[in-house]
Design a protein around this ligand. Structure first.
Ligand code: NAD
Ligand code: GLY
Length: 361
């Protein structure tokens, strides 16, 4: 596979997304973005035995430290970010040191947030190792951690120097994780790219079978959509919020069930079906549209119904903690048709309760 390079255009903070095969071993991809002798690689206990040595091989000319964190969404907390700060400080890392985040969205979000805060900001590189991280979380500079009362509630916008997305690393991802990544891939089709949505309907089996060409196309098309959105609205004052389709429901599911019970992509899949149901109640989607959306998530082996233990009151309580809310009022992204999303809109509580009480119940 040839390497493709996309650019996230943000003026003097623009950066490339490298997508391809065998990229983990391409020394120059790293070295051209490292302007210091001190480098720290942050990863977790699952990824380290698989890929850490390959990454370290490229960094022989640097003074490299590594920090291996425990694996799991439940460890995406300020406590573990503090461990990163402890390591950086005890190794006397300076302000020009470079942080490399090697992992899925959890490591990428925590590594990025640590880089944003350490000495008010040090450069960092994203090496995403899950499909979800390659198509979404490593691009666009949203970094942060969870709080017991709300998902991703503590964070910063902070862009990386580059993103190195090596599709080969997806070979070791389990099927459940691969499907979770597909939830965010499907999202791009739903919010702004009907042609891609139709392609996904035709090719989802190839993606599940890890066909290299199909995966490369899906990663590139997703990153292209994301890069365009981020270039237009880096700090989410408008269109970037559409990337949160289904996420307010999804975050409530993740927080309500306990971090780590549902994978992020699984919760997003369920939440997107709930958002589709609500869009139908608004009169925008037809029954057939909603069935088509649910069918694609099901074909991708994703859950589509909310957990039984979360009743509508619990949902409403959890959804009241969301970054899109204004004056404590819930605002959601809905679909006016497949391929077109709204900006965040206030929702009539009765209508929202109808979805919460009936969809998937
Ligand atoms: P994750 O980081 O927990 O990774 C999923 C699992 O796969 C973990 O167990 C991990 O150790 C393992 N893994 C990673 N790469 C592997 C590989 N190549 N082979 C084998 N196992 C591997 O989860 P995720 O789905 O990548 O990311 C979810 C997180 O991303 C959530 O915290 C979510 O909030 C965040 N997110 C952030 C953004 C953003 O814009 N910053 C966007 C979407 C999601
Ligand atoms: N994943 C949502 C965003 O980057 O805005």
């Amino acid at each position: 596979m040839l390497m493709k390079t996309l650019l996230v255009e943000l003026g003097d903070r623009s950066y490339p997304i490298y997508i391809g095969s065998g990229l983990l071993n391409q020394v120059e991809l790293y070295t051209q973005h490292i302007k210091s002798s001190q480098v720290i690689v942050i990863t977790n206990s699952t990824i380290a035995p698989l890929y850490l040595d390959q990454v370290l091989n490229n960094l022989r000319n640097f003074k490299v430290e590594t920090l291996i964190l425990p694996d799991g969404e439940q460890f995406k907390t300020l406590d573990y970010v503090t461990q990163i700060f402890d390591k950086l400080l005890s190794c006397k890392f300076s302000r020009n040191a470079t942080l490399i985040a090697l992992g899925g969205g959890v490591i990428g979000d925590m590594g990025g947030f640590s880089a944003a805060c350490y000495q008010r900001g040090i450069p960092f590189l994203q090496i995403p190792t899950t499909l979800l991280a390659q198509v979404d979380s490593s691009v666009g500079g949203k970094t942060g951690v969870n709080h017991a009362l709300g998902k991703n509630m503590i964070g910063a916008f902070y862009q990386p120097q580059c993103v190195i997305a090596d599709a080969d690393v997806l070979n070791t991802l389990n099927d459940r994780q691969l499907s979770a990544g597909l939830a965010e891939v499907i999202k791009y089709g739903l919010i702004r790219d009907i042609e891609f949505f139709e392609w996904l309907e035709q090719n989802i089996e190839l993606l599940l079978a890890r066909d290299k060409e199909a995966l490369a196309f899906a990663i590139e098309r997703s990153c292209l959509n994301k890069a365009q959105i981020v270039a237009e609205d880096e700090t989410e004052t408008g269109i970037r919020a559409t990337l949160n389709l289904g996420h307010t429901f999804g975050h409530a599911i993740e927080t309500g069930a306990g971090y780590g019970v549902y994978l992020h992509g699984e919760a997003v899949a369920i939440g997107t079906c709930q958002a589709a149901d609500l869009s139908r109640r608004k009169g925008w989607l037809t029954d057939a549209d909603v069935e088509r959306i649910i069918a694609l998530f099901k074909k991708a082996n994703l859950p589509v119904n909310p957990p039984e233990q979360l009743d509508s009151d619990s949902f409403l309580d959890l959804m009241a903690v969301d970054k899109k809310n204004i004056d404590g009022k819930i605002r959601l992204i809905l679909l006016t048709k497949i391929g077109v999303a709204t900006l965040p809109i206030g929702i009539d509580t009765l209508l929202l309760e109808q979805t919460l009480n009936s969809y998937g119940r």
